[in-house]
Design a protein around this ligand. Structure first.
Ligand SMILES: Cc1cc2nc3c(=O)[nH]c(=O)nc-3n(C[C@H](O)[C@H](O)[C@H](O)COP(=O)(O)OP(=O)(O)OC[C@H]3O[C@@H](n4cnc5c(N)ncnc54)[C@H](O)[C@@H]3O)c2cc1C
Length: 401
């Protein structure tokens, strides 16, 4: 049988990387994922394995010790990993966004300093825009940096940092009015700081506290935290790109590739849900035959597989567009929106196919059911994606009358 979600036109190297990752997922992730997730345990052995495979440096250029691969290769790897356990894809996602932002916007000194360590997986990235009072409305950020000689002093509270505890480099977006006169548009008075810190919780650097893990309904194993800055002093050479006032654009660029990544995660989780559903439907008998032989269940499987295929095609299209050097905000927004909605629907159908057993923690689908909703929120909610898509459509189809 042809597997779902095949990608035409891959190079030999891409196919080799994907087959290695798939093998790793089948042998090292799937067998332990549910147990680790139920214990909310950080998957250290899996992370070590990914490090060995070079996945932390997948898109980092070869001159910095990475594999120099495309966004498409990265997204397809993420899809495979999320098929095994979505939390593991979360561990590499923020790292990947920070490395991408450094590659695109960092000064030469910042690239030379950070990228080789990030490629090796020794420096691990997290990114921080959200605050307790805002997530969608990034322009309302209140955390602030004030210049003091060769340093900036940062104050404020951040929220929802994926890998906030385990990372040792956080790209933090704050307001920095220095040099930006009164009345400057909010998005032009923001700066991204590259904040190095010790991994762990508590005061991880003078003026910087990571209070502890937020207890979540799913997406467990990976740590999600707050971050409190109280007189945190950062040298001026740790302003991303060396110039203040560009942080909003740098973060949005990072989030745009992050959206392809979230779409890829949706594809991976949906694929796994389909696999679980189609297997269970052939094992469970009711009214004298496997439930897969009831048309209602077959229709469900047909709908699920169609959604898996459609989401995969849109995700691949968005990644290829970015790789070709073109603007891909429309495609990334559509892919993220569709893949996360379809993921939720496919997981729900697989859950229904499992009947009462889907409600038992012994079945993998229970974990997927708690994981899928995060994709509806992370890297911009469905409403935010629709705002981006709508705005871009009105640009493309401007009324000429
Ligand atoms: C597990 C997890 C991990 C995360 N990791 C990170 C991370 O690593 N770094 C980081 O910076 N952030 C992270 N986030 C934060 C995430 O990006 C935000 O939660 C998300 O952007 C939504 O923001 P919010 O929660 O403040 O919701 P709000 O912005 O308050 O939105 C609430 C609701 O209102 C809707 N809404 C808002 N504005 C509009 C509008 N104009 N029109 C219509 N509807 C609207 C939203 O779609 C949503 O349904 C994470 C979140 C979670 C749950």
């Amino acid at each position: 049988m042809a597997r779902l979600a095949q990608t035409a036109g891959l190079t030999d190297i891409q196919q080799e990387i994907l087959s290695t990752v798939r093998d790793f997922v089948d042998k090292e992730i799937i067998p332990v994922a549910t147990e680790l997730e139920h214990r909310d345990e950080y998957p250290q052995a899996i992370v070590d394995g990914l490090k060995e495979l070079g996945l932390f440096g997948l898109m980092i250029p070869e001159e910095y010790g990475g594999l120099g691969e495309s966004l498409l290769t990265y997204a397809l790897c993420v899809e495979e990993i999320a098929r095994g356990w979505m939390s593991v894809s979360g561990i590499i996602n923020t790292h990947f966004i920070v490395a991408y932002m450094l590659k695109q916007h960092g000064t030469q000194e910042q690239k030379d300093h950070f990228l080789p360590r990030m490629a090796a997986g020794d420096t691990r990235g997290a990114f921080s825009m959200s605050e307790p009072a805002l997530g969608s409305d990034v322009s309302a950020i209140t955390s602030k940096a004030v210049q003091d000689g060769d340093e900036y002093v940062l104050n404020g509270q951040k929220m929802w940092l994926t890998n906030g505890g385990t990372s040792n480099l956080v790209a933090v977006l704050v307001r920095s009015d220095e040099g930006h006169p009164e009345g400057t548009a909010p998005h032009k008075s923001m700066t991204t700081f590259l904040v190095e810190k010790e991994p762990g919780f508590g005061e991880v650097r003078p003026g910087l506290t990571i209070p502890g893990k937020i207890d979540k309904m799913g997406y467990k194993g990976v740590d999600t935290t707050e971050l409190i800055m109280d007189g945190l002093r950062i040298p001026a050479n740790r302003v991303l790109g060396g110039t203040t006032g560009r942080g909003f654009y740098q973060m949005m660029d990072g989030v745009e590739v992050g959206r392809v990544n979230v779409a890829a995660r949706g594809c991976g989780v949906a694929q796994r849900a389909f696999e679980l559903g189609v297997q269970y439907a052939q094992q469970r008998h009711t009214f004298g035959k496997p439930i897969a032989q009831h048309q209602a269940i077959q229709f469900k499987l047909a709908e699920m597989a169609t959604k898996v295929e459609a989401a995969h095609a849109m995700m691949v299209n968005a990644a290829r567009k970015k790789d070709s050097g073109e603007r891909n905000d429309l495609e990334a927004g559509m892919a993220k929106y569709l893949a996360s909605e379809y993921c939720k629907e496919v997981v729900e159908d697989a859950f229904r196919i499992h009947g009462g057993y889907g409600f038992s923690k012994e079945y993998e689908i229970e974990r997927l059911y708690r994981e899928a909703p995060m994709l509806l929120i992370g890297e911009g909610t469905a409403e935010i994606q629709k705002m981006i898509i709508g705005r871009r459509l009105l640009e493309e189809y401007r009324f000429q009358g």
